[in-house]
Ligand binder design. Structure first.
Ligand SMILES: [Zn+2]
Length: 257
């Protein structure tokens, strides 16, 4: 795929409580992702090629301390936060403050009725935590590029996009929010209306980050979603400089690589 450095995102602890669907959503939404220690060890064994994040189930009483422990050990991001909590819950806000203290971004998975609920209120967090760098991704994040996205139950909308959706406005109005292109939702946001996508990449060229969110064992072709996303970014970027920012420069700056 041409990727030279990868940031691994661990899951939180395996616990049974409402925020993890009573255990069904352990391993990041049931994706069997492993925890902090595993990514720390993998990164140590492949130094230079892999960095890692720190994570914990948002509303565990020890979440802040667990994440802080791994930030002190060298984690470069908090996340991804993929737990059933309100995006402005007191426990979430503790982690937003922690991200500012350690000058690392915090990555939120927005999915209607599933994770980081209350996306329409998220602007309050962007305003309340100006020193925190947020990164948004997933279905509800990407569905809301369209100002005519009304039915939030539709997680993978198709067809033409009218600028001015919540996500478009958050990126325009607040300097402390970035967008991560990963997964089918990110890829579909680009391909569903390519004319719109060209303008979106142009408008937010300093705030978009490439992410894969697939195993990428194939590394190319239709079996590899991450490779398709790279191809879409290359095809839809209006200039080499925009392409380079999204695939490299923005992350280099944000993570001080
Ligand atoms: Zn996610």
């Amino acid at each position: 795929m041409g990727v030279t450095q990868t940031i691994l995102l661990p899951s939180g602890s395996e616990v049974s409580r409402a925020s993890t669907g009573f255990g069904r959503m352990n391993g990041l939404g049931g994706a069997r992702v492993s925890g902090n220690e595993s990514v720390k060890q993998f990164a140590a064994a492949h130094s230079g090629e892999y960095l890692y994040g720190a994570n914990e189930v948002t509303d565990l009483p020890e979440a802040r301390a667990t994440i802080e422990k791994y930030l002190k050990l060298g984690a470069v991001i908090i996340g991804e936060q993929k737990f059933k909590v309100e995006c402005d819950s007191p426990e979430s806000q503790l982690l937003y403050a922690l991200a500012a203290d350690y000058q690392v971004p915090i990555l939120l998975h927005f999915q209607h009725e599933a994770y980081n609920l209350g996306f329409d209120r998220f602007h309050k967090m962007l305003a309340k935590f100006p020193k925190t760098t947020f990164i948004g991704h997933a279905q509800t994040w990407w569905a809301n590029i369209d100002r005519h996205h009304v039915d939030q139950k539709v997680l993978y909308p198709t067809g033409s996009v009218t600028p001015g959706g919540l996500t478009d406005r958050y990126l325009s109005d607040y300097p402390n929010i970035f967008a991560d292109m990963s997964a089918g939702s990110g890829l579909q946001a680009l391909t569903r209306d390519e004319d719109h996508a060209r303008g979106f990449l142009e408008r937010h060229q300093d705030r978009i980050l490439y992410g894969s969110d697939c195993a990428d064992a194939a590394g190319r072709g239709n079996a590899c979603q991450g490779a398709q996303t790279i191809a879409a970014i290359r095809r839809l970027s209006g200039s080499k400089s925009i392409e380079r920012k999204i695939l490299h420069d923005n992350s280099k700056k944000l993570f001080r690589l």
